[in-house]
Ligand binder design. Structure first.
Ligand code: SF4
Length: 341
């Protein structure tokens, strides 16, 4: 009897990766799910009504889940992509290749036969066009061992298919952007209830996140970029005050809380005696930058109707009081300095 095929399957939480796994399980392939965390993908860890998290999906598929955190090595992929960026800061081709290489390493470690993905030929313009899928296959170093079950009939057969250990005829030849074939297959395989699963939500495809990221890259350069501050790009209102000064103003109590861990490393602006937003300053603030920071903070505090606002700026052991005129909500300067909405 032929040895049971073992595969490492990338599991993103989206329907396609679930389908690829279910399709192979129907052929008795032994699957280990692999979730790769780049540091830029927000997976829902808590169950929400109607939404399953990645662990629930693995449990429902009855497969072990391996989680690999690649954020250390991913930084270079992100800042120096060989194949460039998509619409925003998403280096999808390089990212995908990086993930396949990680999966290939694990395939060898676990003595498995295949790496499996839920890719569909022509579905995503940044990494799933025919030439891109071919490039990934060639550069991954695992030709013959990378199986995309949903589009397998449009691609060269893998080694287990050639050996007859996987029935190629039972695989699919999906192509293009239509989701209908996947939805029908989901029903057929009894995994349609997973179609509402929470997919990975990649911040690098987000326009606002990317605009802020690019802006700060100009300030710090690739080498000097403070990686530990990347989470700040998702919090608050952002303003570019000068080439060296970048201000982030909280929008609510929740953001105040989220800004807390960054306060020790950066200068902090707070209104002196009224309730209102606080801000964090990244970089080197001139007197003019400080004055504008106080004016912006005045706009978002209860002092916004007052003519003058007193703001305390703290930086390490320095403490400074700045007195400035609060900007009015329709001041054009606010719009001019704003980075991302
Ligand atoms: S969307 Fe994000 S996680 Fe997905 S391939 Fe592109 S960069 Fe990577």
């Amino acid at each position: 009897m032929a040895k049971k095929v073992k595969a490492i399957a990338l599991l993103s939480g989206g329907l396609d990766s679930v389908l690829a796994i279910a399709l192979l399980q129907a052929q008795n392939v032994k699957i280990t799910g692999l979730l790769i965390q780049t540091g830029f993908t927000g997976y829902r860890e808590k169950a929400e009504p109607g939404i399953r998290n990645i662990r629930d999906i693995a449990r429902e598929l009855n497969i072990p889940l391996r989680i690999e955190d690649i954020h250390e090595t991913y930084w270079d992929t992100l800042l120096n992509p060989v194949y460039g960026y998509g619409k925003h800061m998403n280096p999808c081709m390089d990212c995908h290749l990086h993930m396949i290489r990680v999966a290939a390493r694990i395939m060898k470690e676990e003595n498995a036969d295949l790496v499996v993905t839920g890719e569909v030929l022509g579905q995503r313009p940044n990494s799933q066009l025919a030439h891109q899928m071919k490039t990934v296959l060639r550069e991954s170093g695992i030709e013959g061992r990378l199986l995309r079950p949903l589009s397998a009939l449009c691609l060269p057969p893998t080694i287990p298919e050639l050996e007859g250990r996987i029935d190629r005829k039972a695989l699919k030849g999906f192509q293009g952007r239509s989701r209908r074939p996947q939805l029908e297959l989901a029903k057929e395989l009894g995994v349609a209830h997973l179609a509402v699963a929470a997919g990975g939500n990649c911040f690098l495809t987000n326009a606002v996140f990317s605009v802020r990221f690019r802006d700060l890259l100009k300030q710090y350069g690739k080498e000097g970029f403070p990686r530990e501050d990347i989470g700040l790009l998702r919090i608050g209102r952002h303003f570019r005050l000068s080439p060296d000064a970048y201000l982030i103003v909280s929008r609510n109590e929740e953001e105040e809380r989220l800004l807390q861990p960054y306060r020790e490393r950066h200068c902090v602006f707070e209104p002196e005696s009224v309730i209102g937003a606080s801000a964090i300053g990244l970089g080197c603030f001139s007197n003019e930058d400080r004055r504008i920071s106080a004016q912006i903070l005045g706009r978002y505090s209860k002092a916004e109707t007052a003519e003058r606002v007193n703001v305390i700026m703290r930086e390490k052991d320095k403490c400074l009081k700045i007195c400035a005129e609060a900007l009015s909500p329709d001041d054009l300067l606010l719009k001019e300095l704003r980075i991302g909405e």
